[in-house]
Design a protein around this ligand. Sequence first.
Ligand code: PSZ
Length: 285
Amino acid sequence: MTLYFKNGKYTQKDEVTVSIDDRGYYFGDGVYEVIKVYGGSLYTAEEHFTRFLSSAEKIRMPLPYTVAEFTEIAERLAEDNGITEGHVYIQATRGVAPRIHNFPGEETEPMITGYAIENPRPLAKLESGVAVKTVDDIRWLRCDIKSLNLLANVMAKQEAVEAGCAEAVFIRDGIVTEGSSSNIFGVKDGILYTHPATNLILNGITRRVVLKCCAQESIGVMEETFSLDELRAMDEVFLTSTTSEITPITSIDGEQVGDGKPGPLTARLQAVFESTIGQVQQKTN
Ligand code: PSZ
């Protein structure tokens, strides 16, 4: 029996229905988080739910739970569903109200739903790397908000997948911003480069873990913008996300990165990352 969460209640999936008048359905008017579960325990839950509350605040949507309460909800979903390795998904919309663009009255409560699902680590990709395709960053100027409005991301990912690639990399005015569902890093002469945490990217939790690992390992970091040409000239490139962890990028638009194999600094960071999750990557061959 799989338990889902809806507004304070734990029920079965079939009972979690939402109204056609839900503002998430009409407008994508809401925010969400994905939290990884390793060995049955949540990973960086506090960071995720702090960002969740911050995203909600940025769209002026008060939420009825604290970081600690959201963490308890996520823990219960993971535990009661027997998740060992997977993730918890939590979203909040501005609730159910007749379709008008402006906010509904205060009587309208947010619609908070969530579930937990088994989802093994992508070991083959972690080891071998993936190909990416660059696409125009046509998104709005508040990419720092983890919003349910993902149309540009969906279009970009589809374009990448149709080109045989695992991820789309957004380029805005010649600058590499981030992936359609990941942050992008490059390594040049032993220094790590990534777009600064501005309104043009989501400040990924995995991105922050990587930056902490670099500080711990005395690896130089430049949180500065870099161009697509500079990305192509990097020695190593990788992407990060909650479920993709640190995934090497071995080709960009069909052109290989470095020698076309995952690089040594990427591998070193993967190892340090694994120490933070208490897991060891299984070799797939
Ligand atoms: O399962 C998946 O494919 C996931 S779980 C989280 C993501 C993908 N991506 C989050 C994300 C994002 O959507 C954008 C636009 N930029 C960066 C990220 C990485 O954020 P964290 O590290 O917090 O998951």
